[in-house]
Write a protein that binds this ligand. Structure first.
Ligand code: NAP
Length: 277
C-alpha cells in the first residue's frame, strides 16, 4: 500500500508546543501537510509555525486554546472556520498526567486532567469527525499510553483516562473503516519530553524513546493502511502492554503497582517503568 499523500491536507495537532505533538507537526509538515497547531503557549506555537513554513513551505496556523476548559471542540471548530480552513486530519495529542495516591491528589487538577486527556479529546473528535470522514483521506490519531493497558496505582486517574482513549479510538477505527479515514490509537511508553515536569514524583527509571521514534511508529502504521486500530511504540513497551492478557486482573494490578513503586523508590529498577506513562 502506498504511503498516505499528505499534500493538500490540513491536519490539526493538539499539544504541539512541545514533545510528541511538536514532533508530529514536524513529521506531517515534512510530508507536505498544512498544520494547525494547538496548545496554550502561543509563543512556542508561533516559533514552530515559522520553522515549518520556512523549512517545508506548508501553511502552519497556531491557535492558542486551553483544553481544560469545557467545549474545546466548538471553540476550535470556530477558530478553524474563521480562518477558512478545511481540516482533513486530526492528532489528539495534548495531555498531561498526575501522580500520587488518589486520596492525596488535588481534585481540581484531576478535573483538568480528565478534561484535557478525555473530555475534550472526545469533544474535538466529535467536532471534526464528519468533515474527516467526508474527506476520507487523512488521519485521526489519538495519543494514548502504555498505561492504558493496565491499571496504574499512583497514577490511577491518568491510566484510566488513557484506557478510555484506547477503547474509544479502537471503536472509532471500526466505525470509520469504510470512510477512508485512518484511525489509530498510538501508545507511547517512557518518552523524553516535558511530561515529567508535571509529575510530583519526577521521571521514572527505565529506557526512554524520543518523541520522533514515537511519531515514526505511528506514521509507519498509518502508511500501512487502516489495518490496526492501535499500536504501542517500542518493542519493550509493546511486550509490557501485552503481558496483561496473561494475568488475572488481580495479578495485573499487583504487578503494575509494585513495578511502578520500585521504578521510583529504589532508583535501580531498570525497565520497571515500562508499564507506565
Ligand atoms: N512522555 C511520555 O513518557 C508519554 C508516555 C505516554 C503517553 N504520553 C502522552 O503523550 C502526549 C504528549 O505528551 P508529551 O510527552 O509530548 O508531553 P509534553 O511535552 O508535556 O507535551 C504536552 C502537550 O500538551 C499540551 N497541553 C497540556 N495541557 C494543555 C491544556 N490545558 N490545553 C492545551 N494544551 C495542553 C502542552 O501545551 P501547553 O502547555 O503549551 O498548553 C504540550 O504541548 C500526552 O497525551 C501524554 O499523555 C506521554
Amino acid at each position: 500500500m502506498a504511503d498516505i499523500d499528505f499534500t493538500a491536507q490540513t491536519t490539526i495537532v493538539t499539544g504541539a508546543s512541545s514533545g510528541i505533538g511538536a514532533a508530529f507537526a514536524r513529521a506531517l509538515a515534512k510530508r507536505g501537510s498544512d498544520v494547525i497547531l494547538v496548545a496554550r503557549r502561543l509563543d512556542r506555537l508561533r516559533e514552530l509555525a515559522n520553522e515549518l513554513e520556512r523549512d517545508h513551505g506548508v501553511r502552519a496556523t497556531p491557535i492558542a486554546l486551553d483544553l481544560s476548559r469545557r467545549g474545546a471542540g466548538q471553540a476550535l471548530a470556530g477558530e478553524v472556520a474563521a480562518r477558512g480552513l478545511t481540516v482533513t486530519g486530526l492528532v489528539n495529542n495534548a495531555g498531561f498526567g498526575t501522580d500520587g495516591p488518589f486520596h492525596e491528589e488535588d481534585p481540581d487538577r484531576l478535573q483538568d486532567e480528565i478534561a484535557v486527556d478525555v473530555a475534550n479529546l472526545v469533544d474535538i473528535s466529535r467536532a471534526f469527525i464528519e468533515p474527516l470522514r467526508q474527506e476520507g483521506r487523512g488521519i485521526l490519531v489519538n495519543v494514548a499510553s502504555v498505561a492504558a493497558y493496565a491499571p496504574s496505582p499512583d497514577m490511577a486517574v491518568y491510566a484510566a483516562c488513557k484506557a478510555f482513549v484506547l477503547s474509544f479510538t479502537e471503536a472509532l477505527w471500526f466505525e470509520s473503516r469504510s470512510s477512508g479515514l485512518r484511525v489509530l490509537s498510538l501508545a507511547p511508553g517512557l518518552t523524553r519530553t516535558e511530561f515529567f515536569d508535571d509529575l510530583s514524583g519526577g521521571a521514572y527509571n527505565g529506557s526512554y524513546q524520543t518523541p520522533e521514534q514515537v511519531v515514526e511508529t505511528g506514521m509507519r502504521s498509518l502508511d500501512r493502511g487502516n489495518r490496526r486500530p492501535s499500536i504501542v511504540s517500542g518493542r519493550g513497551n509493546a511486550l509490557a502492554a501485552g503481558l496483561g492478557r496473561f494475568f488475572t486482573r488481580r495479578s495485573a494490578v499487583l504487578l503494575s503497582g509494585s513495578f511502578g513503586a520500585r521504578s521510583r523508590d529504589t532508583g535501580a529498577a531498570g525497565r520497571a517503568g515500562a508499564n507506565r506513562m
